[in-house]
Design a protein around this ligand. Structure first.
Ligand SMILES: [Cu+2]
Length: 92
């Protein structure tokens, strides 16, 4: 479980919010989504087993290009940051 924030461009009305919400919820691992139309900020809670690329891709296919503003930037970075010393270390 983690939480990330995206900045989504192109949302202009409540229907856009629904599109964005639905596109994100269709991704495996996503537990909850909050979309703020005014700021374009989207918060997502979930497990993201395949990283954030599927979410970014789904949004851009819907016509709402998104950038990650906080959280796990890419699957590669998530892997690079994973600890190899076992479960009880300080780097999590
Ligand atoms: Cu709209």
């Amino acid at each position: 479980m983690g939480s990330i924030q995206l900045s989504v461009t192109g949302m202009t009305c409540g229907n856009c919010v629904k599109h964005v919400d639905h596109a994100i919820r269709s991704i495996a691992g996503v537990e909850d989504v909050q979309v703020d139309l005014a700021s374009g900020k989207v918060s997502i809670q979930g497990a993201f087993p395949e990283g954030l690329e599927p979410i970014i891709t789904a949004l851009s296919e819907e016509g709402y290009p998104a950038t990650v503003t906080s959280g796990i930037p890419t699957e590669a970075a998530a892997k690079a940051g994973s600890c190899k010393s076992g479960g009880s270390c300080c780097c999590n």
